[in-house]
Design a protein around this ligand. Structure first.
Ligand SMILES: Nc1ncnc2c1ncn2[C@@H]1O[C@H](COP(=O)(O)OP(=O)(O)OP(=O)(O)O)[C@@H](O)[C@H]1O
Ligand SMILES: [Mg+2]
Length: 326
């Protein structure tokens, strides 16, 4: 087995200005518990830490054994640590309202007598809308910059990828839209008697959206400030999933912090007379560990054993943190 070149602790030491940490990986591999352990560890180092979840299905309250839904909540038992599950229903309602206002403004502007509601439904009744609302929530939190470190449970992998892939095209498109709207507006102004400038909420929206996305892109691609970590098990599918993610992220210039291997069966506990089932699983894990060392050479930051129970509550997170941050 190759040794770990740079551990989690080593990585965080070398990236003293890290502000945004994300965890990604296949379902159920331990993203939430690793995010929790990272947040607990960093808070114990004296940083003011926010552990946040933007998922519609939250698990931080369950993990911490306290209600952290809807507001920044101090975590009992850990100084300097706050947790926050964003109310996604609320955000979605607010985004819908914003869209409704814009569509109504536009219909009036263009003198079209159709009900806005038909358009609102088609613009908001799709999974991508919910996903974007979550993404906007996340970047709002990032922009506020009220903590030394933000740890996000579950990386918005597809979104980050889409955002960065699209942002160039998007910028071109918005600039073109802006130019033609600017031309239309000066024409209207020339033809009208009054010289007063018309309000143009759509244009304001396009400009602010372009700027927000540009800023998000800047933060998400800054290797001093941002790291995406990927959690895997020593098994085929989780390895395949993070291999794909890491490939995308390299292509888009998003900083990859490294790979955390979780739920390793401790071989010292498996004696020769252990049941076949256990010995087979151990042998399988050992085979996949060879793949992991080879595939993610120099990127593995920690290996964590499969504990005898699930990881819940602060004391268990502390135990996990001691294991991950050696
Ligand atoms: N090293 C470990 N030992 C024992 N149990 C673990 C370990 N790591 C995680 N678990 C348990 O495995 C389950 C899945 O972990 P977790 O919820 O963190 O995964 P996830 O990747 O966030 O899942 P999801 O994709 O559903 O969000 C939880 O019950 C957790 O307590
Ligand atoms: Mg989770």
């Amino acid at each position: 087995m190759s040794p770990i070149e740079t551990s989690m602790t080593g990585y965080f030491k070398a990236h003293g200005d890290l502000h945004y940490v994300f965890y990604g990986g296949k379902g159920g591999v331990g993203k939430t518990v690793m995010a929790g352990a990272t947040a607990v560890w960093a808070a114990q180092q004296g940083k003011r830490v926010m552990l946040a979840s933007t998922n519609p299905v939250h698990s931080l309250s369950g993990l911490l054994g306290q209600d952290v839904f809807g507001k920044h909540t101090p975590v009992s038992g850990v100084d300097n640590l706050w947790a926050y599950e964003i109310d996604t229903k609320d955000t979605i309602e607010r985004s819908k309202q914003e869209i409704r206002d814009k569509i109504q403004w536009f219909l009036k502007y263009a003198d079209i007598s159709t009900k806005a509601e038909d358009f609102v439904e088609s613009a908001t009744m799709n999974p991508a809308f919910e996903e974007s609302a979550m993404f906007e929530n996340m970047i709002d939190l990032m922009f506020k910059n009220e903590y030394d470190l933000y740890v996000f449970d579950t990386a918005p992998t597809a979104n980050a990828r889409r955002l960065l892939g699209m942002s160039k095209v998007y910028s071109l498109w918005v600039n073109k839209m802006l130019k033609s709207r600017e031309e239309a507006r000066s024409l209207r102004e020339m033809l009208s008697f009054t010289k007063k400038k018309e309000a143009d909420p759509l244009m304001d929206y396009l400009v602010s959206f372009r700027d927000r996305m540009g800023h998000a892109r800047e933060l998400l691609t800054d290797p001093e400030k941002t790291s995406f970590f990927f959690v895997t098990l020593p098994e085929a599918l989780p390895i395949a999933v993070i291999t794909r993610f890491i490939g995308w992220f390299h292509d888009f210039g998003i900083p990859v912090g490294g790979v955390l291997v979780n739920m390793l069966i401790d071989s010292s506990q498996v004696k020769d007379d252990a049941p076949d089932f256990v010995r087979n699983r151990l042998a399988m894990q050992q085979r996949y560990m060879e793949d992991i060392w080879e595939k993610f050479d120099g990127m593995v930051r920690s290996t964590t054993p499969l504990f005898e129970t699930e990881v819940r509550g602060v004391p268990m997170l502390q135990r996990l943190a001691e294991n991950v941050f050696v």
